[in-house]
Ligand binder design. Sequence first.
Ligand SMILES: [Zn+2]
Length: 327
Amino acid sequence: MINENPWLEPFWERLTAAHRQNRLPHALLLTGQPGMGKAVFAEKLARFLLCEQPTDGRSPCRQCTSCTLFEAGSNPDYIRLTPEEDSRVIKIDQVRQLSENLSLTSHGNGFKVAILIPADALNINAANSLLKTLEEPSDNTVLVLVSSHPSRLPATIRSRCQEVRIQAPDRESATRWLTARYDGPSPEVYLALANGAPLRAMQLAKEQVLEERQRRFRVLVGIHAGQESPLTVAQDWAADEDLKGLRWMREWLMDMLRIRLSGQTQGIHGVDLQEGLTVLARKLDSRVLFGQLDGINRMLKLADSTLNRQMLMEDILLAWAEQASGN
Ligand SMILES: [Zn+2]
């Protein structure tokens, strides 16, 4: 898996070397944006740490009892903590069970490994409970916390983990990687959309998200031109499960600000919409753009819990429509 994702290689080298030298910390915090392969990395690391005879001391052998059990999903020394079904959070009972399990003797090579994914899903009680385990780790246990949003973790947790920040490969290698696996149009656009994260770009390319996204952009331009009803669109966009229309709108506003402030299109996300974004950016006031961004960020923060998504979405799109009349 690491070989398939070459940008992970240096991080793999670093951690496996640390393990060979017996200086792997008890708790790792694996961070980096979504679509970098953090989850597969954490799983492979667990497999490696539990393997009885790693190949060249660098990779799990895939043959020993531990590797075989791992493959079958039944290695008793491996614990994977995620939110339970129908829940967004990792609960205290799950963490208690984890701590109990970690205090038992290993069945295999002496190690026990737990991964928490996403670690920012720990609710406050669960986080407090985990803190005890982090403060008094049992010997030969390794906890791997995986998070794309480490700032959402309590500082007390973060400070007790060694952070490994997985970085995106340079754009050229990422494009090479993507084009070897995807032969459709616009690989570089997908990479820009994914902020350079190769697996995320691949997923977007597979979902052929570009067409839908461009359609939404035209809708936004339509609202701005008074040809689309913000209320109808709000109803539509509020129904997106992941609020993708709103997330795209946020990206476009940031792009417009960038164009407006720097006078250039370099570094924008919407490389496929360069022309339209430039036209809009020229018409809009940066203060207004900042105001809209604020509104969207507020809504995205509330979106997890809010029941009145549609109302909030209406506010945002009405404000967007009003800008046009004001200009
Ligand atoms: Zn093995």
